[in-house]
Write a protein that binds this ligand. Structure first.
Ligand code: FPP
Length: 251
């Protein structure tokens, strides 16, 4: 595709992903390169997230889902775990008003039973304060794991009294943590690793995967636009060989 064709492709709203999911990896390495503690990297990662929400919203992305704390992150040193929990409280206190006025709707997805009362209260406050916003839906996956999500959806189906023959894909999809959102079109992982790491296992079945070497705190306008341009060039078939190839106008 020519440069002009690519510009046309990315400016066509039909080629903008509705839903972007991100594994925000590389905070620790970013801090280490600066001889700073890992928490410093997470703090910068939070600032980056704030900028990235706005960049994606400006480009027409409707849903953004970020992996902030995985079910496996409890295995990290106590100091780092409590640092990440504190960062949530700091983030809500510092940025909630700004996000609310920018039209961001916040939801927290994950196992709330595992986190403190104080943290749950902060999540509730963030969700309530932004409940009527529509510019972009931000889902923060916290104490989340893709396997946990599938298991909890099955448990809900059992609790709802479904018979085995009633348990189909739509019954489970409607009980998953992100049941309010379309499946992610674009799945980004920063930090150079090429893994899904138990994020959105169900929902990412047909997501386009995009891996960036950029460490999360450095992810900015250039990287956002590169990811969206790569997505615009992809041909999505959802398993169907007969699906028409999408040829962007001007290509
Ligand atoms: C992975 O990088 C990052 C995390 C486990 C935390 C992600 C958190 C943020 C970006 C801050 C925003 C936080 C909230 C609560 C919204 P890593 O620590 O594994 O980095 P490394 O691979 O370089 O060690």
């Amino acid at each position: 595709m020519t440069a002009a064709g690519l510009l046309l492709a990315t400016s066509d709203p039909a080629n903008v992903p509705r839903h972007v999911a991100i594994v925000m990896d590389g905070n620790g390495r970013w801090a280490r390169k600066r001889f700073m503690p890992r928490f410093f990297g997470h703090e910068q990662g939070m600032e980056t997230l704030l900028r990235v929400i706005d960049l994606f919203a400006d480009r027409g992305v409707e849903y953004l889902t970020v992996f902030a704390f995985s079910s496996e992150n409890w295995k990290r040193p106590d100091e780092e775990v409590s640092g990440l929990m504190n960062l949530v409280l700091i983030g809500v206190a510092k940025y909630l008003r700004k996000l609310a006025t920018q039209g961001v709707r916040i939801r927290i997805v994950g196992d709330r039973s595992g986190v403190s009362h104080k943290l749950r209260a902060a999540w509730d406050e963030a969700e309530l304060a932004t409940a009527s916003n529509t510019r972009i839906h931000l889902s923060v996956a916290f104490n989340y794991g893709g396997r946990w999500d599938i298991v909890q959806a099955c448990q809900r189906a059992v609790r709802d009294g479904l018979r085995p023959d009633q348990v189909d894909e739509s019954a489970l999809a409607g009980r998953m943590a992100l049941s309010f959102a379309p499946d992610p079109d674009l799945f980004i992982r920063t930090g150079g690793e090429m893994r899904i790491s138990n994020f959105l296992l169900w929902q990412a079945a047909y997501s386009e995967l995009y891996f960036s070497d950029c460490l999360w705190p450095d992810f900015g306008t250039t990287e956002v636009d590169a990811a969206l341009a790569a997505y615009a060039r992809r041909e999505r078939r959802f398993g169907d060989v007969h699906a028409p190839e999408v040829v962007p106008q001007g290509a």
